[in-house]
Design a protein around this ligand. Structure first.
Ligand code: GLN
Length: 198
């Protein structure tokens, strides 16, 4: 692809900086996206981890919900981690009253699926299509995918069978945080989607 890919990080709340570091290291030009006009200037979007209820509320307050739904429907590559996976899910379990998602992934996601029992943990998981060692995955008050609809595909699951990474076309959603453990293969995959579309 000609030039560097221009990718946005939805910067309403969450671990924006960590994603920015990984994407910059991979050669992308990173823009922080808070407003609809900023969304128009990027070829792909990352929705970071954080708190999905807060990101949802702020997205609606900033008039970003509809523009984000439109770019997803229009085929923009989007990569969501943790809260970002929740926001990409078509169906949500254990959301707070009135909580909405952008949607796009034909999956049901359960918020705080590991909460109470173990709030945070790290483990190694094999991811479909990744060469090299398994992914060292950090789960922080993480969601899990409880149902994968016919439109989406599971990329990784825990030993107990719970799905924690899914892909649907150019949409990628994962329940954990690769950006905190030096894992860049998901970001590369997202950038491949961006390059293929440009
Ligand atoms: N539990 C958070 C939520 O519901 C997600 C946690 C995270 O992104 N690390 O949005």
């Amino acid at each position: 692809m000609a030039g560097r890919p221009r990718v946005g990080i939805l910067s309403l709340q969450g671990d924006v900086r960590e994603h920015g570091r990984v994407l910059s290291e991979l050669g992308a030009e990173v823009l922080l996206v808070r407003r609809p006009a900023e969304l128009a200037g990027v070829d792909g979007l990352v929705i970071p981890g954080g708190e999905s209820t807060t990101i949802d509320k702020l997205a609606r307050a900033f008039g970003m919900q509809e523009p984000i739904r439109r770019v997803i429907a229009g085929g923009m590559p989007v990569f969501g981690t943790c809260a970002g996976l929740i926001l990409l899910a078509d169906r949500l379990e254990d959301g707070i009253a009135g909580q909405q998602t952008f949607g796009g992934l034909d999956v049901t996601v359960k918020r705080n699926a590991f909460g109470g029992q173990v709030e945070s943990f790290e483990t190694e998981i094999a991811v479909e299509g990744f060469a090299g060692p398994p992914v060292h995955a950090t789960f922080i008050r993480a969601p899990a995918v409880t149902e994968v609809g016919p439109g989406a595909r599971a990329l990784a699951a825990l030993d107990d069978g719970r799905v924690v990474a899914v892909e649907q076309g150019v949409l990628l959603g994962i329940a954990f945080h690769p950006e905190v453990s030096g894992e860049s293969r998901f970001h590369r995959r997202f950038l491949d989607h961006v390059a293929a579309r440009a």
